[in-house]
Design a protein around this ligand. Structure first.
Ligand SMILES: Nc1ncnc2c1ncn2[C@@H]1O[C@H](COP(=O)(O)OP(=O)(O)OP(=O)(O)O)[C@@H](O)[C@H]1O
Ligand SMILES: [Mg+2]
Length: 181
């Protein structure tokens, strides 16, 4: 069974079909890139995976379970946007810790996971820096540290911000999915 299954998904905005009967599977550990011309529905698909709008037809399954009806904050899926959405008043470590704090994780776990995340990116030496003190490359690595171990594919909008090996550079716009298990 695939980790993520998009089955016959259609999404309409009024009479307009933004996504028309799309199906694909993503296996656990697979690096998957969604390519297509502007307006073909890539972002709309990523948004549905993340929980921002459900399909009008079809179904999205994660580990065999339908995601429909599960709100974004309850989905083990993380979206990384092209704009980094960093809190300017928080350090690198603070920004990475923030979603874990919101999720009510213990201080010990947050400390451990922040340390793992900055090592992974790597940004160990910049943990105490604020966003304005980072290079563009460092800022680009940062969103990858933030989701930190989601269990499902991460929807990325990194474009030129993508560090080599992090996600694929796509069509000058966006549409990259990187499994993050
Ligand atoms: N909220 C909305 N209301 C109405 N139409 C929408 C909405 N969101 C997207 N669309 C339309 O749906 C189509 C698909 O949009 P989407 O943003 O998914 O395209 P995309 O493949 O990501 O394009 P791009 O490569 O330009 O980012 C477009 O025609 C867009 O105008
Ligand atoms: Mg798009």
């Amino acid at each position: 069974m695939a980790l993520l299954e998009i089955r016959n998904v259609t999404r309409r905005f009024g009479d307009f079909k933004a996504v028309d009967d799309v199906s694909f599977d993503i296996e656990s550990g697979e690096f998957f890139t969604l390519l297509g011309p502007s307006g073909c529905g890539k972002t709309t698909i990523l948004r549905m995976i993340a929980g921002f709008g459900d399909p009008d037809e079809g179904i999205i399954l994660l580990d065999g379970e339908p995601l429909t009806g599960t709100p974004p904050e309850r989905r083990p899926v993380h979206t990384v946007f092209q704009s980094y959405a960093l809190f300017p008043h928080m350090t690198v470590s603070g920004n990475i810790a923030f979603p874990l704090e919101m999720a009510g994780r213990s201080r010990g776990e947050i400390r451990r996971r922040v340390a793992q995340a900055v090592a992974l990116v790597p940004l160990e030496e910049k943990g105490g820096n604020y966003p304005h003190e980072l290079s563009d490359g460092h800022k680009a690595s940062y969103p990858r540290a933030r989701p930190h171990q989601p269990t499902a594919p991460a929807a990325a909008r990194l474009r030129s911000a993508a560090a080599p090996g992090a996600v694929a550079h796509v069509d000058g716009n966006q549409g990259t999915l990187a499994t993050a298990r």
